[in-house]
Design a binder for this molecule. Structure first.
Ligand code: HEC
Ligand code: CU
Length: 332
């Protein structure tokens, strides 16, 4: 009787299987490719998995054969042939073919960008991403959000401001490490519009797991409109709580760390907040966008993201926090 309460709930096999396979799709899956590099890597994965399955079946069959004494009955010549073919020739051929196939993919993944390609530099910082569109035209900076045109190769220049990070958008391609004091490059080419998710793939301290970013692939004209809008200075609110929030932004020292283009705020320690109200998430994928999210970030910064390198402002009166959140939300 006591045992029944300890048995785990039974999930029908088809449901368990569907749940397991659904993990292969979605905005952050290397097996649901939305970019050229990821397509090649997914192909490589399935060939490797298939090859491994064949090798495993062959080894299992040989083990059964050996346990049943098949080789002993077959005699000395057959035993030697089994060792030479099964132990040396076949494994060398199978592993050699998989290695050659794996290496044949590399040149495509390491290609450099064609002239005139879009260039974006990304700096990994504890625990967020500084994103800068270097071309075409005047540079524009934002944070934790990358928008890309579909069907265009994009060259990323990757750096770190502090410790090792690793830049990874699984649906688009492989990951690339970011080192302090050294630049690395990564070429990605999204193939279809959609919303994806990127992450840091190298443990970088306390809030490493709270360091994601949004990736949006747009049709080319839509991308051009978005980039032009990012270039514009902030829409500074003219009145009401949001305007008061703008004054509080200056009075509380936010401007020492944050830039809001078009206002006097030009700090470079934290993310550029010029269009913070239009972002898809707050604090590197940690909170949903909107006024409530901003309010929570300001009041409970270190509860939301332990170790975050921003002081919390929980000591401000609630109406000041509301006004600051309204100001941030109006920055579009
Ligand atoms: C000492 C520097 C510093 C000060 C002062 C500061 N911040 Fe920050 N802020 C940061 C850093 C660093 C981050 C990035 C934290 C992270 O995501 O890990 C950040 C993140 C943010 C974000 C999230 C941005 C995004 O794109 O997700 C907002 C919003 C923000 N700060 C608003 C404010 C406001 C409003 C004030 C003043 C009340 C303020 N900050 C004061 C350093 C600072
Ligand atoms: Cu990390």
């Amino acid at each position: 009787m006591g045992l029944s309460s300890r048995t785990s709930p039974r999930v029908p096999a088809p449901i368990a299987c569907a749940a397991w396979l659904s993990g292969c799709a979605g905005p952050q899956s290397a097996l649901d490719p939305a970019g050229r590099g990821a397509e090649r890597l997914a192909e490589l994965f399935w060939w490797m998995a298939g090859g491994a399955a064949v090798v495993w079946l062959a080894v299992a069959a040989l083990a059964v054969y050996a346990v049943r004494g098949g080789a002993r009955r077959a005699g000395g010549g057959a035993q030697r042939a089994l060792i030479v073919w099964g132990g040396a020739v076949v494994p060398t051929l199978v592993l050699g073919a998989l290695l050659a196939y794996g290496l044949s993919i590399l040149p495509g993944l390491l290609a450099s960008a064609p002239p005139g390609a879009l260039r974006i530099s990304v700096t990994g910082e504890q625990w967020w991403w500084r994103v800068r569109y270097e071309s075409p035209g005047e540079a524009v900076e934002l944070a934790n959000e990358i928008r890309l045109p579909a069907g265009e190769p994009v060259e990323f220049t990757l750096r770190s401001a502090d410790v090792l990070h690793s830049f990874w958008i699984p649906s688009l391609g492989g990951k690339m490490d970011m080192f302090p004091g050294r630049e690395t490059r990564l070429l990605l080419e999204p193939t279809r519009p959609g919303r994806l998710r990127g992450v840091c793939a190298e443990y970088c301290g306390e809030s490493h797991a709270l360091m994601a970013f949004d990736v949006v692939v747009l049709e080319k004209p839509e991308f051009a409109r978005w980039l032009a809008a990012q270039r514009r200075p902030a829409a500074v609110p003219a009145g009401g709580a949001a305007a008061r929030g703008g004054e509080l932004f200056g009075a509380n020292g936010c401007a020492a760390c944050h830039t809001v283009r078009g206002t006097g705020a030009d700090g470079v320690v934290g993310p550029d907040l010029t269009h913070a109200g239009g972002r898809l998430s707050i604090a590197a994928g940690t909170l949903p966008p909107g006024r409530a999210g901003f309010g929570r970030w300001l009041a409970k910064t270190h509860e939301v993201k332990p170790g975050a390198l921003m002081p919390h402002f929980g000591m401000l009166p609630p109406e000041d926090l509301t006004a600051l959140a309204a100001y941030l939300e109006a920055l579009r």
